[in-house]
Design a protein around this ligand. Structure first.
Ligand code: NG1
Ligand code: ZN
Length: 530
């Protein structure tokens, strides 16, 4: 059966045209778009097998997120909205790299090894970002899916988190929401409005927001919210798709450069937001009276959300376990604040959302954010059930009832399937509104340590291996001792290096007490890996 089932997969149009080896990394396959066509074709084939293996719909997203226009990529989304299971990342890498004449035997091998019933129907839900290369790559993926007789739902231009949302809704028969883009927009907009109520402003909170959409697909989604939230939240949209994707704008640019993106007017103390090219990351920023740039990144969002949930849990009298997950890139100032002031348990895991998501599942309510603004909140089913029942309890005091109802409602504002820039933004706006805070009050909770990130090009980045959630180098031998020596010269100094999973570079992170020293510390450590 197997060999003959795969007989139509050889398609000269999608033969391998490049010999370069490609790996399924932290964000799927990501590289120059012109060497990806055969990879997309093969991932179309693999998505069908994955769907058959799981007997559920699978997502396929064509995007290179915050990378510049010439790059593109693809990632597969598992049935419950998670990233592709680790063992299938290896299968994907192997399939992407086999010679054309080995394609049939490799597919046969996968189907036998994974015990796949080829008669089971398959569904692949596809989305793509706004890159010029995306339609060509879409055709390649479609050709792969059709070669194995899979069903396709092509959602067109959508954000990565919208795809995750539709995959989950589809596989839970609508229990998580309506499996359409309209379902996504109306769910979020309705709950945002109902939580906010008639008072659109509150205390120091003003309902005006400047949004940098990185000239990406998030601009389309932002326009929908701009329309549906008119008068409730006034979104001024910039980098709305008319300029170059991620070029001097977007969440990654703002986070790494710690500077205003192109085109955002520099208005004193006005809350500004940047999302990235596929709208799964979000950071806030503003310009103060002295024209100084202030960044409120993923760590800030995580702490704001953690403090909010902690307060609601305490007021409502619910004893659910709250936890926060970060990576080594989290600013030491935030970790200190979470542990010592908020007193919420905090865990550190390696870079990549799948690690954060997995760890966050251990808590009743798990909040996870990468410093770059990628993150969300997830709830155990039992926690949701407990909150719902508690809110119904008629013996509660008034304050307890209000807090439990807020907890119950805010869950619907969160895209639990994956970090979602726009849903996270609506959550931040909801919390700031509830507290009556402007951006300055939000920033007041703790001070970030001055920090710097550098990219270093090396011959083979994988010579560097790490342990302890990437905070220590194992190899090259002796490198960690050299880093320690440099770091010890700086007050509250911390620095680490690790190979990037999405670019051919080594990343250097450094932080210390004095802003005038942080560049020197980062350069000192970078010089050790050249
Ligand atoms: P790499 O290139 O492995 O550092 C980057 C981000 C990750 C994650 C992935 C996926 C940093 C330092 N790294 O990974 O957090 O978001 O991209 O997009 O921001
Ligand atoms: Zn992204």
């Amino acid at each position: 059966m197997e060999q003959s089932y795969f007989r139509d997969v050889v398609n000269a149009e999608y033969n391998r045209k490049h010999d370069e080896r490609i790996e399924y990394g932290t964000a799927g396959f990501r590289t120059k778009s012109d060497i990806l066509e055969h990879v997309l074709y093969r991932m179309g084939l693999l998505a069908v097998l994955r769907s058959k293996a799981k007997r559920a719909a699978i997502g396929l997203m064509i995007t290179a997120s915050h990378n510049l226009e010439p790059d593109n990529g693809i990632k597969l989304v598992d049935p419950a909205g998670e990233m592709l299971e680790a063992s299938w990342e290896t299968i994907a890498t192997n399939l992407a790299n086999v010679q054309d004449n080995e394609l049939i035997s490799r597919l046969t091998h996968i189907s036998t090894n994974e015990n796949i019933d080829l008669l089971v129907p398959a569904t692949v839900i596809i989305g793509r970002d706004t890159r010029r290369s995306s339609p060509i790559l879409l055709n390649a993926a479609l050709a792969g899916i059709r070669a194995l007789y899979g069903n396709v739902t092509d959602l067109g231009l959508i954000t990565t988190p919208q795809l995750h949302y539709v995959v989950v809704c589809t596989n839970t028969n609508g229990a998580y929401g309506n499996p359409t883009l309209q379902g996504y927009y109306s769910k979020l907009a309705a709950v945002f409005k109902s939580i906010r109520g008639a008072e659109t402003n509150n205390g120091m909170y003003m309902n005006v927001l400047q949004l940098d959409a990185a000239n990406g697909v998030g601009a389309i989604a932002a326009k929908e919210f701009q329309r549906s939230l008119e008068g409730v939240l006034n979104i001024r949209l910039f980098n709305d798709g008319s300029g170059n994707l991620n070029h001097m704008c977007g969440a990654d640019y703002v986070k790494v450069q710690q500077a205003l993106p192109l085109n955002i007017p520099s208005e004193t103390n006005v809350r500004c937001v940047s999302i990235d090219g596929d709208a799964d990351r979000v950071v806030y920023f503003y310009i103060d009276r002295a024209n100084k740039f202030h960044l409120l990144d993923g760590d800030r969002i995580a702490t704001l959300v953690a403090a909010y949930f902690k307060e609601l849990l305490e007021t409502s009298g619910l004893a659910l376990q709250l936890g926060l997950v970060q990576t080594a890139y989290a600013n030491g100032g935030s970790t200190n604040y979470i542990s010592n002031v908020l007193r919420v348990p905090v865990a550190c895991v390696p870079t990549g959302v799948k690690h954060l998501h997995k760890k966050a599942l251990e808590f009743d309510i798990g909040i996870y954010f990468e410093a770059n603004g990628h993150g969300t909140v997830i709830f155990k089913d039992i926690a949701k059930e407990t909150i719902k029942n508690h809110a119904k309890n008629e013996t509660l005091l008034a304050a307890q009832r209000v807090a439990s109802a807020k907890l119950r409602d805010v869950i619907d504002l969160i895209n639990e399937t994956v970090g979602d820039a726009l849903s996270d933004m609506l959550l931040v706006e909801t919390i700031l509104h509830a507290k009556g805070w402007n951006v300055i009050e939000w920033e007041r909770s703790y001070n970030d340590l001055p920090n710097k990130q550098l990219k270093v090009r090396v011959k083979d980045r994988n010579l560097i291996t790490t342990t302890n959630a990437e905070r220590h180098c194992l190899t090259p031998v002796g490198l960690q001792e050299e880093i320690d020596k440099i770091v010890s010269k700086y007050s509250r100094g911390r620095s680490f290096v690790r190979p990037s999973g999405t670019e051919d570079i080594v990343r250097v992170y450094a932080e210390c007490e004095n802003s005038s020293d942080v560049g020197k510390l980062a350069m000192g450590v970078a010089s050790l890996v050249y």
